[in-house]
Design a protein around this ligand. Sequence first.
Ligand code: G1P
Length: 302
Amino acid sequence: MAQKVRKAIIPAAGLGTRFLPATKAMPKEMIPIVDKPTIQFIIEEALASGIEDILIVTGKAKRSIEDHFDANVELEQNLKEKGKNELLKLVEETTGINLHFIRQSYPLGLGHAVLQAKAFVGNEPFIVMLGDDLMEDDVPLTKQLINDYEKTHASTIAVMQVPKEDTDKYGIIKPSGKVDKNLYNVEAFVEKPKVEDAPSDLAIIGRYLLTPEIFEILASQKPGAGNEIQLTDAIESLNKIQRVFAHEFKGKRFDVGDKFGYMKTSIEYSLAHPDLKDEMRDYLIELGKQLEGKKPAVKKEK
Ligand code: G1P
């Protein structure tokens, strides 16, 4: 029987420079999509996948993440007195989760952030979830990886097809044949190759199921791309000593780590939000007409 996958790590120590000045004093993980901080979507995916304990690797100026998932007795009391039961329910949903926090004192890279979780994870398979990627599918992507693990007992990395010209923004795999409908054997994992060197267009997206042997490798991992300790490089070494599979995700990925991606996500989520969807739809249709009329005036960004 496969060991149960119970633990997840969310690296959240990044400086969020792409969203400055918003992220000067506020963690980027707390930027909302409509009315919910992005990190809450990630935590909901973990819980919906059966994860029981979550470690958030934080850095400076990240305390509001802890506060968000703590009880707010005053607020709860106030909502209770005013009979605002729907809002009370929303607030209460963010408490009672088994969250743990550790600091990454130096921003030495994703691999280094994951290494901070060694003691928390111990000798079990575990999940890594990156906060910049929101995933939508009938079965949560984290659960899809766990389902694979139950059959293979091996590390499995989520990947997705991306446009060839974007391959230098991701970890890219060199697949070597399929073992199942969505599961590939992998010959190599390469972090941010030049577009012309990319071995495929299958990019690592922000969900990983890893066996604990990764920690030994990470402990001596030398800096790679961007002079950072890269998780992808450690996975490449892991794949030399035990099989690591890639799971192709066929659902929808929202990249909220990028300004345009963030805006698109906000619009699409508001079109699905019960309080906003009709108004937003009418507004966008109207705006579309206006923009059509003014087409020559719309400047193309360089
Ligand atoms: C990280 C990983 C990269 C992966 C990407 C997915 O890169 O290092 O392999 O493809 O996340 O979003 P980052 O976006 O942090 O530069």
